[in-house]
Design a protein around this ligand. Structure first.
Ligand SMILES: [Zn+2]
Ligand SMILES: [Zn+2]
Length: 370
């Protein structure tokens, strides 16, 4: 490879440089001598200041033309990322490395002290820069819609022939909240709960951002507790293209009887503690421990009388095990000794057992259901 002798177009000094490789462009700066080249050289090109816009309500960050949930607790990482996106490194530089030292000036300003190093024309060079980052707060489109009370669907949590119990309401709302949180975690910013209203005695009403959410949550609730889902679409408007827009009310109707209820089918076999209300009512007989299952035609609403719930159980003393069908207990109210049916779940070594009293009758409950 032979050197050719040329002259710097800026200062006229002779410059020795190898022939350019075929296809390599010879731009103006490639002809300059090192001295003139480095006089004008800037390793890093960066704007005077960098702006980051975040949502003051949910902390989402505005990127490009959309909002992104980062779950950022402080915005230092966001600011570093914004600076690294805003800066450009000179194309002639090799082996470029950079470090940054953020300095929080106040709530909305972070000064980024950046240091860069690289190799240009075989010469190691370095550069220090300070870039102020302004954090601007706005309200993202989702928070704006939540604040404006926007919703597309109402989920009503109800129960068959009875009000929803507080523990069921809590559990159903928890299903809704965790489902929406999962969608959000997957990056779905269209998924949100607008409001939860517990003022209706029949059960809670949850306003949701999309019909899809209403359907999915109603189904999850009845998958877990049993029951049925009904939907009632209401035409609210037509969109710009003349398509009809429906707002759908989904009713997740919990079964009339649920696990923990003690019911009497009045078939001579004695009361039953309900263990499942999926499909048809299932349970355990309190006198024998035998299995009970309602006929399929009766589903979850067989003709039974509700006696109470397992959370009303009280502990009482076992006096004696009479035989394989009978146990003597103290009546928890009168303290009289009483002979009751011995279910197969009864532990013969137990000193006390949970019981439910109904009128003059005392029933032993399964320990694990109390
Ligand atoms: Zn020169
Ligand atoms: Zn927001």
């Amino acid at each position: 490879m032979s050197d050719t002798r040329e002259f710097c177009p800026q200062c006229g000094d002779p410059v020795a440089r190898p022939e350019p490789r075929p296809g390599e462009p010879r731009d103006g700066t490639a002809l300059l001598c090192d001295s003139c080249y480095f006089d004008a050289f800037e390793l890093i090109d960066v704007p005077d200041r960098v702006h980051v816009t975040v949502c003051g309500r949910c902390g989402a960050v505005h990127r490009g033309n959309r909002w992104v949930d980062l779950g950022a607790v402080d915005y230092t990482d966001v600011a570093i990322e914004a600076v690294s996106e805003a800066l450009s490194v000179h194309i002639d530089a090799d082996d470029v490395e950079w470090g940054v030292e953020p300095e929080q000036v106040d709530e909305t300003t972070i000064r980024m002290h950046c240091s860069f190093s690289g190799v240009v024309r075989g010469t190691p060079i370095s550069e220090q820069l300070t870039v102020p980052v302004r954090i601007g707060k706005e309200v993202c489109d989702r928070c704006g819609r939540i604040a404006g009370g926007y919703y597309a669907s109402i989920l009503q949590i109800r129960a068959e022939d009875r009000p929803v119990r507080p523990d069921e309401a809590d559990a159903a709302i928890e299903v809704a909240e965790s489902y929406v949180a999962d969608r959000e975690a997957d990056g779905d910013r269209e998924a949100f709960i607008t409001s939860v209203d517990r003022s209706d005695e029949a059960g809670p009403n949850v306003k949701l951002s999309t019909n899809k959410l209403g359907q999915a949550i109603a189904t999850r609730i009845t998958d877990r507790f049993g029951g049925t889902v009904d939907d009632y679409p209401t035409l609210v408007t037509e969109d710009g293209d003349g398509n009809e827009v429906y707002r759908v009310t989904f009713v997740a109707r919990l079964p009339k009887y649920t696990p923990g209820d003690v019911v009497d089918p009045e078939d001579g076999e004695g009361p039953v503690v309900v263990t499942s209300a999926h499909g048809n009512l299932k349970g355990t007989r309190l006198r024998s421990g035998e299995r009970y299952e309602a006929g399929h035609e009766d589903g979850t609403t067989p003709d039974v009388t509700k006696l109470g719930r397992t959370n009303e159980a009280v502990d009482t003393t076992v006096v004696a095990v009479e035989d394989e069908h009978a146990v003597q207990l103290l009546d928890p109210e009168t303290y009289e000794a009483k002979t009751v049916g011995r279910p197969d779940y009864f532990d013969p070594d137990a000193e006390t057992v949970p019981v439910l009293k109904d009128g003059q009758n005392v029933y032993i409950l399964p320990e694990e259901m109390v």
